[in-house]
Design a protein around this ligand. Structure first.
Ligand code: HPA
Length: 264
């Protein structure tokens, strides 16, 4: 049996199925504590899955319920900057699709290019710019339409849901880089001119892979810092994790509001 089929078989046995999956970004792992009827399996026990080596990313798939809604959570993403090939990231999304996932919420920690964003705060991603230098589907020529990569209908309803619940939610364009170094001031000035509002090192591979699988996608950035040069303060991964934790309550509130809505 191929790794892929083995992975699907193991996951079907070890966790519950759901049409909805959530990928957790740096420092947002606390959501897993809020889940009920949890079943989990570590990435290291799933054939073909890579292990996440980044602090703040635990590396397991957890099924369970949030406000009675069944969901599969990827707690611990793997990143291109860790040295994993893009194919490993696409593989995880393909496995989720084979498990019946049709809706994907992708979250991340991001740096604010826009001065108006607060740190920490939440931004609903409306579009992305792939500046990672590679397309995750390279080698599997699939001409995927990305017109509404971040589902327009969901975006509209999520903004309404957030407003109703009093959760401050901006919208913005996410620009992804390969990392792992942060950007330079000159790069951030250039990205601002490109129309980018947030900068980060993830999300784009998962979103493109999800669209290949016909999933509907929601993207949420947790603003953990101002991008390089936006303020004089230097950047650190520690700050990203601390801000992620600070934003945790609002983030969990937003995810709960989305999952309890009939519009999602
Ligand atoms: N740049 C790139 N990635 C990030 C940042 C940033 O400022 N903050 C969190 N992830």
């Amino acid at each position: 049996m191929k790794n892929f089929d083995k992975a699907v078989k193991i996951l079907k046995r070890k966790i519950d199925s759901s049409d909805t999956a959530l990928i957790l970004g740096s420092g947002l792992g606390k959501l897993v504590d809020e889940m009920k009827n949890k079943k989990e399996i570590s990435y290291s026990r799933i054939p073909g899955f890579a292990k996440s080596r980044v602090k703040g990313h635990s590396g397991k798939i957890v099924s369970g319920e949030i406000l009675s809604r069944k969901i599969i959570v990827l707690a611990g993403r793997i990143h291109f900057y860790e040295g994993h090939p893009m194919a490993k990231i696409v593989y995880m999304i393909d496995v989720l699709s084979a498990l019946g996932v049709k809706k994907l919420i992708v979250t991340n920690a991001g740096g604010a290019i826009r001065k108006e964003y607060k740190v920490p705060s939440l931004v609903l991603i409306k579009d992305h710019i792939n500046f990672m230098g590679v397309n995750p589907l390279r080698g599997k020529p699939d001409f995927i339409d990305l017109t509404d990569a971040y589902d327009a209908e969901y975006r509209k309803s999520i903004l309404k849901i957030a407003a109703k619940k009093g959760i401050k939610l901006n919208t913005g364009v996410y620009l992804a880089l390969s990392g792992p170094s942060y950007e330079t001031k000159a790069e951030i000035r250039m990205f601002r001119k490109f129309g980018a509002d947030i900068v980060g090192m993830s999300t784009v591979p998962e979103v493109i892979a999800a669209k290949k699988n016909g999933m509907r996608v929601v993207g949420i950035s947790c603003i953990t810092n101002y991008a390089c040069g936006v303020t004089p303060q230097p950047l650190s991964h520690k700050e990203v994790l601390v801000s992620g934790k600070k934003a945790s309550a609002a983030f969990i509130k937003l995810i709960k509001a989305i999952l309890s809505s009939k519009k999602f």
